[in-house]
Design a protein around this ligand. Structure first.
Ligand code: NDP
Length: 281
């Protein structure tokens, strides 16, 4: 049976370290602050935003949620971003996605100052990740990478397969694995012989958005299996990996819930802490 990579336990350790550093910054007169902009009333987004606020509270950070109506204009949204960009008490700004369909997501993300872009979605941060520079790393892949490192494996030269090529998960995940000297394959909906690719993987990351998509027969014995998926099925949260069959073959596996999702918010707190530290120079 696979060893569980427990996001809850890892998060507790990391959050305790973050809380300690926040206390240190407060002594220097800086309270790290995160602002989350929520446009409209998507129920899933409401839950994510609430959890982000709770996370901030837990580590002693300041947090504020800017609620905008679902019919907010692009100009009004960007005016809010400008206001937060100029606010010295706010070190991290996050626009909760997805935005209502009439709004231009790309242009909103580009409006956030790169140094306050704690989601790491700004083009400058995405570019830095690809070119090896020091930028903000998107929270979900950063959390997933941390979990992979907790296996203690020497990652250099390992075969890594990422299923999914989105800008927020698949692509940055592939970039981080490449940085760790893995040999990386990125699969997507047009990939042929997906199973064959997966079975070669020492590290398999599933970011597909389909419940139970990866089954035990697609996994190399002993592999590290990272399940990024969050899918709601009959009121329950399920991952992209069929945990039951996969955990019998894998060497390590992340559960859903209690895996990558938990780490995502922890990495958001880490990114906000680092942004506050940078603001001190
Ligand atoms: P997207 O829908 O943007 O991307 C899904 C990717 O999966 C696409 O690249 C798509 O390929 C690929 N795909 C779809 N069907 C198949 C298939 N049959 N075979 C192979 N590849 C396929 O999703 P996200 O990247 O935003 O999210 C992925 C999952 O991760 C979701 O469940 C989401 O809820 C979850 N998530 C979890 C987070 C967390 O905190 N744990 C944070 C963010 C997301 P193509 O490009 O060709 O369409």
């Amino acid at each position: 049976m696979a060893e569980i990579l427990d996001g809850k336990v890892m998060s507790e350790t990391l959050r305790a370290e973050i809380a300690e550093k926040v206390a240190g910054l407060k002594k220097k007169g800086v309270t790290p602050g995160l602002a989350v902009i929520l446009a409209g009333d998507d129920p899933a987004s409401e839950i994510y935003v609430r959890n982000k606020g709770k996370g901030c509270q837990e580590v002693g950070m300041h947090s504020e949620t800017v609620r905008l109506p679902g019919n907010v204009s692009q100009a009004e949204l960007e005016a809010e971003i400008d206001r937060l960009n100029a606010d010295p008490g706010i070190h991290g700004i996050l626009v909760q996605l997805p935005l209502p369909a009439h709004l231009d997501e790309e242009s909103a993300l580009a409006r956030i100052l790169p140094e306050k872009d704690v989601d790491g979605f700004h083009l400058l941060n995405a570019g830095r990740l690809m070119t090896g520079g020091a930028g903000v790393i998107p929270c979900t892949p950063r959390g997933a990478m941390y979990m992979i490192q907790q296996t203690g494996l020497d990652l250099s030269g390992l075969e890594a397969v990422v299923i999914g090529r989105s800008n927020i998960v698949g692509k940055p995940m592939a970039a981080l694995l490449m940085r760790a000297n893995c040999t990386v394959t990125v699969c997507h909906s047009r990939t042929r012989n997906l199973k064959d690719h997966c079975r070669r993987a020492d590290i398999l990351v599933a970011a597909v958005g389909k419940a139970g998509f990866v089954t035990g027969d697609m996994i190399k014995p002993g592999a590290v299996v990272i399940d990024v998926g969050i899918n709601r099925v009959d009121g329950k949260v399920r991952g992209d990996v069929d945990f039951e069959s996969a955990s019998r073959v894998a060497g390590w596996i992340t559960p859903v819930p209690g895996g990558v999702g938990k780490m995502t918010i922890t990495m958001l707190l880490q990114n906000t802490l680092e942004a506050a530290e940078r603001s001190l120079g």
